[in-house]
Design a protein. Structure first.
Length: 454
């Protein structure tokens, strides 16, 4: 029989899925946080630029940026006072078009020119530039950061272009070094919220995928189990076909000889009776093998479940009585129509009852109960035998699995296949106290269901 490799789908998915979900979650959180931060900082810079441009236009100090004479000193001083009063500002530099510092809140900076500055060049082209260094304490100071009392990661640079009154041309740039505590706190809170949302969303998606893969894994395992069972079936078919004819003919001769000797009286009756019983047992095992191997479809015709039970139970009841085992039957009155193959249904019920009979000793009862539910009839066969450990309840339907010293392990396997071919279900439960309870569920006949609904 071929061996199928262990699937391990769920474990592999959990490892790979967790890594992929974590990577995607971190990437999304980083991208969204960065986008929101850039948008908020840019909006703050645009607001500052509009406000300063309004002050410049109102006080008429635009010619001062171009170095023209005639601008009242009082107006310039008032404008510089407005600049110095801006909140959260660490330093202010005012640049001319030639990149010379026209004025600075640090006197040492006035009149100086610095090395290449991409942000300043961009602002001189008319764009509002907002820059925040995210390299942390290891960030390098720029030349224009001279005499700053803060690390680059502790402030935000704003390069705000100054335009003429008609807004057509740039006449200078105002550089603000700001430490906006409220804005930075809002940005940090936003990053935390984005991170938590991304983590929660990633976890939710991951759990949903795990649930889906668990179902897929279970379906694949079931399919794998059916493939193994089908392969077992093929082997059983080959075995049973080979031995059936070779065994049945000698068995017939042995049984006939035993019956002849019993009638002639030249052998002890107990001996011939025991011999016949053993022959019948071997014949039953051969039929079981052949029945399990056959794949014929069930002839789903109308059948009365109660009638089939009444036909099957007399033999089991007589055998139980002869062995001192109480047999209790609960069968409600009325027809119990099901869509089933009567012959296959009788074999199934006989197998369940025979299994209970073999599992019990004298004094241990066997109970057969039929109940009607909304969409199905439920037949329960319960015995007071030794029962089956809970860990083995699922395995008792496997071919060749048995807890009996002389069992073949094919009866319940055949019974479950028969139940499935009839469109029903068969499962095992631990009976209250001790013993085993076999539960067979068969769907009601459509005619019966429609009659009940009417």
């Amino acid at each position: 029989m071929p061996r199928f490799p262990a699937l391990g789908l769920l474990r592999s998915f959990i490892l790979a899925g967790a890594a992929a979900t974590l990577a995607v979650t971190v990437a999304l959180a980083w991208l969204i946080s960065g986008f929101l931060e850039r948008q908020l900082l840019q909006r703050d810079g645009l607001t500052s630029a509009d406000m300063l441009q309004s002050v410049i236009d109102t006080q008429g100090v635009a010619p001062w940026f171009r170095g023209e004479a005639g601008v009242p000193a009082a107006e310039v001083l008032e404008f510089l006072a407005h600049l110095s009063a801006l909140p959260d500002v660490l330093r202010i530099n005012v640049y001319r078009l030639d990149k010379q510092v026209l004025w600075s809140s640090r006197r040492e900076m006035i009149g100086r020119r610095f090395g290449p500055n991409e942000e300043l060049d961009e602002a001189l082209r008319g764009d509002v530039v907002v820059h925040r260094d995210t390299d942390g304490p290891d960030a390098q100071l720029k030349s224009e950061h001279l005499l700053m009392n803060a690390r680059p990661d502790e402030f935000i640079e704003n390069y705000l272009p100054v335009r003429t009154a008609d807004g057509r041309s740039v006449i200078g740039v105002i550089e603000l070094y700001r430490r906006p505590v409220a804005l930075v706190a809002a940005l940090d809170g936003g990053r935390r919220l984005v991170a938590l949302s991304a983590a929660g969303g990633g976890l939710f998606i991951f759990l949903c995928l795990v649930w889906f893969v668990r179902r897929a894994d279970a379906a694949l395992r079931l399919q794998q189990h059916k493939l193994v069972e089908s392969e077992t079936l093929v082997r059983i078919g080959e075995l049973s076909g080979a031995v059936a004819h070779s065994i049945r003919n000698p068995l017939g001769s042995i049984r006939s000889s035993a019956e002849l000797h019993r009638e002639l009286g030249d052998a002890p009756e107990a001996l011939t009776t025991e011999l016949i019983q053993h022959v019948d047992r071997i014949e039953t095992l051969v039929r079981t093998l052949l029945g399990y191997a056959q794949q014929r479809g069930a002839r789903l015709t109308g059948a009365d479940l109660g009638r089939v039970l009444r036909e099957v139970t007399p033999r089991i009841e007589a055998a139980a009585r002869s062995q001192g085992k109480p047999f209790l039957l609960t069968l409600p009155p009325g027809p119990h129509p099901v869509e089933a193959d009567p012959e296959l249904l009788a074999q199934l019920l006989d197998s369940l009852l025979s299994n209970a009979l073999e599992a019990t000793a004298a004094g241990q009862a066997i109970r057969l109960d039929l109940q009607a539910q909304a969409r199905a009839y439920v037949v329960a066969v319960e015995d007071e035998g030794p029962g089956v450990p809970a860990a083995q309840l699922g395995a008792i339907f496997e071919p060749f699995f048995t807890t009996k010293p002389r069992g073949l392990g094919m009866g319940l396997a055949l019974a479950r296949r028969a139940a499935e071919r009839l469109g029903g279900r068969l499962h095992a439960e631990a009976a209250p106290g001790r013993g085993l309870r076999m539960v067979l569920s068969l769907p009601r006949s459509p005619v019966d269901a429609s009659a009940r609904s009417a």
